[in-house]
Ligand binder design. Sequence first.
Ligand SMILES: [Zn+2]
Length: 230
Amino acid sequence: MGYEQLSQELKNAYVNVRSLDDYRWDLFEDKIIGVHKKSELPIRIRFASGREEAEKMSENKEGFGIDVIVVPNRRTFYIDNGAFILSVNYLRSLLVDINDHIVWHGFKVIEKDGNLVQEDFYEYLGGLMVSHIKNNMISGQDYLLWQFYKCEHCGKYVDIDSVAKHMEGHGVSLTDKSEEKYEVFELNFIKGKVFNKFGKEVKESEFSSEAKAFLKDMFKDVQPIEEEDF
Ligand SMILES: [Zn+2]
């Protein structure tokens, strides 16, 4: 099958996403698969004639990954059975949002064919992404996703840039570690609070002194608004 034989709706979708080079794109007769390069997370983009058909399709998950179903309807964007059902003009921004919510959260040095190689870990924060989309929150302005290390010595969360200093305080050198896992939290600049990936607040008392100073600096311009106004 050549490119010319692809359906018009598929080509209309593809033209919107093909310049997003965080993904590699595979085209099939009835779907587009975008694979997020760093994390290998697949995003399946399929097509339906309308909402009803899309909702039927959303019941059949093909496996690991994110399902997106494009419908001809205008101004459509909702989630059904975990699948994103949307108009083609929202496709690109969804793919950008997904990329923004796939975050590096650690590494491990492993032996491979007689060499030592670093394996990286990425996490897709889908729950936070949905809440950011619903609340029209903009990355960098309304929130940031940030890595924190849970210290095995004192149990406190340390922001990634302070880990070396914090560990020194316990008499541990980071250079001896071949593996680190981080938890990704949301720094919410609207509320001036930190939330974990499930949207639960991480209280100030759970952070190390370095992380408290880091958060104070990050939130210095925040004027929290009342909860009910949010
Ligand atoms: Zn500690």
